[in-house]
Design a protein. Structure first.
Length: 368
């Protein structure tokens, strides 16, 4: 049996994890399904199986973190995760981080006692070297002085701040949004032409470079005309320091114009949070990070999570034996035996390949 506690097979353990984190069905609802078939399982039984299988998968999760952090281009974001504070007898607002590698297409979630502090970011990414794409959260400012890290901005976050000002100052908001839409139009043009990384970078330098310069000049000239504490003043104060970070995407066609793919990868975590309401303790939050990381990486790679979990849970005990010469990296979704076969069944998207994972994703700013 894959785990030391109980007699469930790999398929049963895989189903429990999928129900909880892929289909967002909490344990108290999971036990009702077999009950209707005449099989009685308690929530304590499922919980007793859940913890050991998370420990079984943890070494693979650690290998996943190493591989993501060894890439030279990552996207980072964070979101809330309520965790029960037993001393205060209520759910505390804590945070969980996501780190996504563009190539290879893998990601992981990181929980550090629920903290969102700069120290967590520095400790988490201390071995990373390359492009780090993020929003304007001040915790990432610590990487400004690192010569082996280049901070890349997110145009989507800049757009959201300016878009929120449309009712307060429509004239300036629409002027700013026009610059942003024009920058996105360059990306749509590159997608439609299916340009290589080098060709995309050349197109950006020719068309997006002057637009970014004009946007920066507009921010510089317009900011003195608005109240600093107004929504527009705050939006401009947010956007202007990020323009130098935005320039990095002009010179490397691999870099995305925004951090939306990391945010999209957070959505299953948000759905899980809404359905389970909170994590019972910090250990449960860490287990959530482990399983969501592995399932999220399966989704990034186009791997069937049920097939992957069934296979990996059954093989891991043999990979983890002291005398085993097998490498855990062979079981990661991007290296797993079924990876290529699963990809052969995926629909193709114009302007996208599995080695050059760019999806045509239009974001339109409405002028009305």
């Amino acid at each position: 049996m894959p785990i030391y506690k109980g007699m469930p097979g790999a398929s049963m353990l895989a189903e429990i994890l999928l129900q909880k984190y892929e289909y967002h069905v909490p344990f108290y609802r999971q036990v009702k399904q077999p009950e209707h078939l005449g099989v009685k399982l308690s929530r304590n039984t499922l919980n007793g199986w859940f913890k050991p299988v998370c420990e079984l998968l943890r070494p693979l999760y650690l290998e996943l973190k190493k591989k993501v952090l060894s890439s030279d281009y990552i996207q980072v974001d964070e979101t809330t995760l309520p965790v029960i504070d037993h001393d205060r007898h209520k759910a505390a607002k804590e945070y969980i981080w996501i780190v996504r590698a563009a190539v290879p297409r893998l990601l992981f979630f990181h929980y550090a006692n629920g903290s969102r502090s700069q120290k967590v970011a520095v400790d988490l990414l201390k071995t990373f070297k390359g492009y780090l794409q993020c929003d304007g959260y001040s915790a990432y400012d610590a990487f400004e002085n690192r010569k082996d890290v280049r901070l890349c901005g997110c145009l989507a976050h800049i757009r959201r701040h300016i878009e929120s000002c449309r009712e307060e100052n429509r004239e300036y908001a629409m002027q700013g949004l026009k610059f942003i839409q024009d920058l996105y139009n360059v990306e749509y043009m590159a997608d439609e032409r299916q340009l290589s990384y080098e060709e995309r970078a050349a197109l950006r330098q020719r068309l997006a470079g002057p637009l970014l310069d004009a946007f920066e000049l507009w921010l510089q000239n317009t900011y003195p005309k608005v109240l600093k504490r107004s929504l527009m003043g705050k939006a401009m104060a947010y956007a202007y320091p990020l323009i130098p970070r935005m320039r990095h995407y002009l010179y490397d066609g691999r870099i995305f114009i925004d951090n939306n793919r990391a945010e999209n990868a957070l959505r299953p975590m948000v759905l899980t949070r809404k359905n389970m309401l909170f994590c019972g303790n910090q250990q449960a939050a860490e287990n959530t990070a482990v399983i969501c990381s592995l399932l999220g990486s399966c989704k990034e790679c186009g791997v069937n999570p049920r097939e992957w979990l069934n296979d990996v849970i059954s093989k891991l005990p043999y990979y983890l034996t002291p005398k085993s010469e097998k490498k855990l990296t062979e079981l990661l979704p991007d290296r797993w035996g079924g990876y290529r076969q699963s990809h052969d069944t995926l629909p193709t998207v114009t302007g996208m390949s599995m080695d050059n994972p760019r999806t045509v994703h239009r974001q339109t700013v409405h002028a009305t």
